[in-house]
Design a protein around this ligand. Sequence first.
Ligand code: HEC
Length: 162
Amino acid sequence: MKKLIVLASLLLGSFLFFAACNGSETKKETNPDSTAVISENDSASCSNETIMDPNNPKPMALMMREMVKNADRMKSKLEKGEKLDSADFPFLRFYLTEPTDPNVLEPEFFEKARLFQESYKAIFAHQTEQKKYYNLMINRCMKCHESYCSGPLKRIRKLPLN
Ligand code: HEC
């Protein structure tokens, strides 16, 4: 398994280096145009909705896919007027998993992850206002993605409830 990973990273090394959340351009929160900048680079995974090589996703990318599915489930339950139970939606500690681009693992990323986790917990702490807190949680998805991984933003923007 380890050998396989080493081999895969050798083969894909240069590709993956630029893949996902492609550093410098996307990170700057001061650059409101980051989406436009990185969409020029079609090989960067985070400039696309999902990573380019679907057979070789990193654990963080896989977990993000779970998070999207969970958010979809939350949304449809709330639309039906159902309550969300924290037991059905355990928090996924994505920030402890390996990302495609290890450069994202910097203090600002972890701070955004922390704020996201807080907003996630808040949904279950406010049983009567879950729609509102669900939308606030989705905002936190966007806040991180504006800085680190703009490709999935299109998908994430479909998640808020009206
Ligand atoms: C603290 C930052 C952060 C937060 C919060 C965050 N993401 Fe992500 N997301 C990332 C990073 C970094 C990646 C790239 C992961 C990789 O390629 O290994 C990613 C990848 C993704 C992907 C692409 C997965 C793929 O198929 O390659 C989707 C979709 C996604 N996130 C949706 C979400 C949703 C929905 C939320 C909120 C429920 C969310 N993200 C919250 C940082 C974040």
